[in-house]
Design a protein around this ligand. Sequence first.
Ligand code: ATP
Length: 259
Amino acid sequence: MSERKPLLEVDNVTLRFGGVVALDKVDFTLYEGEILGLIGPNGAGKTTCFNAMTGVYMPTDGAIRFRGQQISGKKRHKITKMGIARTFQNIRLFPEMTALENVQVGADAHNRGSVPSAMLRLPRFWQEERRGIKRAEELLEFVGIKGRTHELARNLPYGDQRRLEIARALATDPTLLCLDEPAAGFNPAEKVALLELIRKIRDSGVTVLLIEHDMRLVMGVTDRIVVLEFGKKIAEGTPAEVRDNPKVVAAYLGVPDAA
Ligand SMILES: Nc1ncnc2c1ncn2[C@@H]1O[C@H](COP(=O)(O)OP(=O)(O)OP(=O)(O)O)[C@@H](O)[C@H]1O
């Protein structure tokens, strides 16, 4: 455990929307190779935390560092290039594009092809195009929807759309993948399959940060959990530690903290 290398540091981050304090001096570190759960009741600040990490919002105070480099305030595409990818609570695919094309769009965030090379259709452009298609096909297979490669995103069953979102995020070659409620609307069998996919993603070398309301999924897949309530971190630890923490129990049951 002492060998753990910090990947992302959320350092005393406060984020206010007018009078609402969405994050209040939040502090936690995500280590390379782990699956960290970020949980808390509705409105606790989880999505705001993701948004601060991915360049949607700038913290009012504090800093966010990725591999030691400050990322708070950087543009979204810069943060993607640095190696952070995310999915959204509400699916955001291009409905009129095929599954393959949706993944290729994700890969374009990393495409090194120059504009002249694309305009002149130089050999390098075609090479990159072929490589991009192969990589997209591999990712569709990795997330388990190879059979849907040429179907329009809008025609895919809901669960496959969620998997496609994950494939698209992976196409940017992230070091850190942030999943915002990936199991929303899933049945129990789909949740089990998702749990396996999240493990597979981690085993492929990608660190995972997971926002999820389903406690069985969170407890079953994460190495550690950070708990937010009303914008404040109220607990952090292994799933077993967090589950038995009276503050966490109180936050979820909506009763005054007995601790
Ligand atoms: N753009 C915004 N403008 C104003 N207030 C916001 C904005 N985004 C979030 N908030 C507020 O910040 C607080 C935290 O919201 P956030 O969406 O981060 O919570 P959450 O933990 O992700 O909740 P949920 O589980 O319901 O998705 C809430 O009080 C919310 O109303």
